[in-house]
Design a protein. Structure first.
Lengths: 198, 122
C-alpha cells in the first residue's frame, strides 16, 4: 500500500511524454554560468505533477520518517555529489544546509514523524546540473505563503528562513505535488569555471 | 537537558565567552539546549557582554538562526551586547540572504572580539 502511494516517484513522469517535455523545458531554462552563488532570491515555483527525470539517476532511496536518519541521508547525498566531482568541496556546507532543510521538513512537517511514512530521495545529474528531489507523504504546503524573513517584521522572527536560504544558493528550487516534493538543482562543479561564472 | 555538550563558558574580565563545541547546529535537542544555556546566562547577567564563538560550527540550519535571533533578542532585552565571532566564511551567505548580517555584529577572531568588548564603555 505504501509502495503504491509512492507512485509520485519518477515513474509518473514517464506516463505522459508531453507533460514531461513541458516540465523538462521548465527545468532546463537556466544559464548556470551566469548565475552567481549569492543573488537575489527568485520566486519559488510550484507545479502539480511529479518532477522530470534527470538524465542519469545516481541514487533513489527511501528512508523512514525518523529524524535520527536525517544525517545519514545528508551524508549519503553529499558524498555522492562530492565523489562524483559534481560539487565543489567549498560548497558542501551550503549543500548540507539545503538538504537539512528539505529532509527535516519532509520528516517533521510533511510526514509528521510517522515512522511508517517514507521520505524518498532521488539524486541525479543532467548535462549541466545536479539535482536532488525529496518527497514525502504529507499534506503538502504552499511555499509562496511562507512570510518573507527579511522584512522589518520577519527579521527577528525565530523561524521561516529555510526556503530563503535554499532559494538563494540553488539555481533551481521547484516544488511539485502541492509542496510534497522539492527539487533542488545547481550547476555541476565540473561543468563551469568559478572564475568565469562567479 | 543533561548529556548534550553544546557550549563552554569562560568569564574574561567582564566579558562572557561562550564557545559552541558542537560542529553541527542543526538538530532540535541541541538547539534547545543551546538556547536554554544562553538564556540562563543572559538572565543572570544584566547588560551582558557576550561573545559567541562559533568557529567550530561547520554548518547550521535555519532553526539555528532562529535560536540565535532568540538569544540576540534576550540580550537586547537586558540592554546587553552580543558578538558572533569566528564564523566560517562558507556560512556567511546564510546570514546575508536572510539579512541577519545587518542584525548581528560579527568578528572574525573570538579573542579579538572579547578584547573589543572589554575596551568598550557601556
Amino acid at each position: 500500500m505504501a509502495a503504491r502511494r509512492l507512485q509520485w516517484s519518477f515513474q509518473e513522469s514517464k506516463a505522459s511524454a508531453g507533460r514531461l517535455a513541458a516540465l523538462a523545458f521548465l527545468a532546463q531554462g537556466t544559464d548556470y554560468r551566469s548565475v552567481a552563488s549569492l543573488r537575489p532570491p527568485r520566486c519559488v515555483s510550484v507545479f502539480p505533477w511529479a518532477p522530470p527525470l534527470p538524465e542519469e539517476v545516481l541514487m533513489s532511496r527511501r528512508w523512514a520518517s525518523d529524524l535520527a536518519v536525517k544525517q545519514e541521508v545528508i551524508d549519503a547525498v553529499a558524498s555522492l555529489l562530492l565523489e562524483g566531482g559534481y560539487l565543489h568541496a567549498d560548497d558542501e556546507p551550503m549543500l548540507c544546509i539545503c538538504l537539512d532543510e528539505a529532509v527535516a521538513n519532509a520528516i517533521r512537517h510533511g510526514n509528521q514523524q510517522v515512522f511508517s511514512k517514507v521520505v524518498e530521495v532521488l539524486v541525479g545529474v543532467d548535462q549541466d546540473r545536479w539535482c536532488v528531489a525529496v518527497g514525502d507523504e504529507g499534506e503538502g504546503f504552499d511555499p509562496n505563503n511562507v512570510p518573507d524573513p527579511t522584512t522589518e517584521h520577519g527579521l527577528l522572527a525565530e523561524s521561516g528562513r529555510g526556503i530563503r536560504i535554499m532559494n538563494a544558493w540553488l539555481d533551481q528550487l521547484i516544488y511539485y505535488r502541492e509542496g510534497r516534493t522539492i527539487v533542488m538543482a545547481r550547476r555541476r562543479a565540473d561543468r563551469y569555471s568559478p572564475l568565469a561564472g562567479g | 537537558m543533561a548529556g548534550i555538550d553544546v557550549l563552554r563558558f569562560e568569564e574574561r574580565d567582564g566579558v562572557l565567552l561562550a564557545r559552541v563545541v558542537a560542529e553541527r547546529l542543526v538538530d532540535l535537542p541541541i538547539l534547545d539546549e543551546f538556547r536554554d544555556q544562553l538564556f540562563a546566562q543572559v538572565s543572570a547577567r544584566p547588560k551582558i557582554r557576550l561573545v559567541l564563538d562559533v568557529s567550530s560550527v561547520t554548518y547550521l540550519s535555519s532553526s539555528a538562526l532562529g535560536k540565535l535571533v532568540a538569544v540576540y533578542k534576550k540580550v537586547k532585552e537586558g540592554s546587553g551586547t552580543m558578538i558572533v565571532a569566528g564564523l566560517k566564511p562558507a556560512l556567511l551567505p546564510v546570514f546575508k540572504v536572510t539579512s541577519l548580517d545587518k542584525v548581528f555584529e560579527f568578528h572574525a577572531d573570538p579573542t579579538a572580539a572579547v578584547m573589543d568588548l572589554q575596551r568598550r564603555r557601556f
